[in-house]
Ligand binder design. Structure first.
Ligand SMILES: [Zn+2]
Ligand SMILES: [Zn+2]
Length: 373
């Protein structure tokens, strides 16, 4: 099959910036030197560009996991132009297709099944989308968003203004225009590009699959460090409406922390979270699948009995998870409605009991799993 034509603008931008970052930046540093100001400015602007993509393009516009004040949307739209990854409208359209048809080589725009190079950058180097490039039928909601459409219409101008403007202004302030153009301009852009691209490539190749193996998405704590929390991609692909990607408090997810902190300032609202029991059930089902396939490979004489036992323990686990979460919700509702102390303590007692039962069942579940792990 004939390959689609090469998109020379993209090839040139990616190649030139990469070469300058690799050779030009160290050479300038060698002859003229960089100071800590360059380093700090590069890190801060890298964070601004990267988080505009994760907090803005990804979690706000593509997935609508929360609502944002127009002021924050404006800042994110500018940061998105600074990150140079196409307009929020186009990016979100591509991304929604990616989720809907994940891993389907003919539909997923950056299908990981086509390999690392393609899903990382290759998909942008040729005109693979052809006629469907301007089909925005899956982002009609965003077409009603004034800020998204303003950014889309003036995308080229905004990206030039941001990518040259910010380094030049910093260069004037700190008296090194070329140094800032190289670091905050080029080096920041290259790092920002590739860190984000890792989400489409590495986060679909490298890591664990605790929630689902129906697609290639992986959870990878290391990758979360470079991607502002988007390394928990296995979770994200199964629960895309959650504003968090790393759901535990200790998961490195600065995008989640930013969205949550902004909610206290009134800049974000309606933060959507998947209920804990639903998450636990998905994880449990995945554990069951893994144990089942292990058991099948072992070909034990009492295979059917063990399978039946596993199934029974699984059902019990689901039941316990459900009743515990229900009790938790009831308690929360009672507290909200300012119920009497007697009612609350009764509910608390029930919840504690159910919690203990769940813990006991959990031990049993782990035992049967570990036996055949
Ligand atoms: Zn997504
Ligand atoms: Zn993905």
């Amino acid at each position: 099959m004939k390959k689609p034509p090469i998109l020379w603008t993209n090839v040139l931008v990616f190649t030139l910036t990469f070469v300058i970052a690799l050779i030009g930046v160290p050479a300038y540093g060698y002859y003229y030197g960089f100071s800590s100001v360059h380093l700090i400015a590069t890190i801060l602007t890298l964070g601004y560009a990267g988080m505009s993509i994760t907090v803005g393009y990804h979690r706000l516009w593509a997935h609508k996991t929360y609502d944002a004040h127009p002021f924050l949307q404006f800042i994110l739209a500018l940061g998105g132009a600074f990150a140079l990854q196409n307009s929020a409208l186009h990016w979100s359209s591509d991304h929604r297709i990616h989720h809907k048809f994940v891993d389907q080589n003919d539909k997923d725009p950056y299908s990981a099944k086509k390999g690392f190079w393609f899903s990382h950058i290759g998909w942008m180097l040729r005109d693979y989308q052809g006629n469907s490039y301007s089909d925005y039928s899956n982002v009609r909601d965003l077409q009603k968003n004034k800020i998204v459409m303003w950014q889309h219409r003036h995308y080229l101008l905004l990206s030039i203004l941001m990518n040259f403007g910010i380094p030049i202004v910093l260069g004037i302030i700190f008296n090194d225009i070329w140094g800032m153009l190289l670091t905050v301009g080029v080096l920041r852009l290259v790092l920002s590009h590739h860190f984000t691209f890792f989400i489409n490539s590495l986060a679909h190749i490298w890591g664990s699959q605790p929630y689902t193996d129906k697609n290639t998405a992986r959870d990878n704590g290391l990758l979360a460090l470079l991607t502002y929390g988007e390394g928990y991609h296995n979770y994200h692909h199964i629960f895309e409406t959650d504003y968090r990607n790393g759901i535990r408090w200790y998961h490195f997810d600065p995008s989640k922390w930013f969205i949550k902190t902004a909610s206290y300032l009134g800049l974000t609202s309606n933060l959507r979270k998947v209920p804990e029991d639903k998450i636990a059930a998905a994880k449990l089902t995945m554990q069951k699948y893994k144990t089942e396939s292990k058991l099948t490979s072992l070909e034990l004489p009492d295979h059917h009995e063990i399978m039946a036992k596993l199934e029974a323990e699984y059902e019990l686990m689901i039941e316990k998870i459900k009743s515990y979460s229900q009790a938790k919700r009831q308690l929360l509702a009672a507290k909200k409605q300012k119920a009497s102390e007697a009612v609350i303590s009764e509910l608390q007692h029930t919840m504690q009991q159910l919690k203990q039962q769940l813990a006991k069942q959990q031990t049993q579940w782990q035992q049967i799993r570990m036996q055949y792990a």
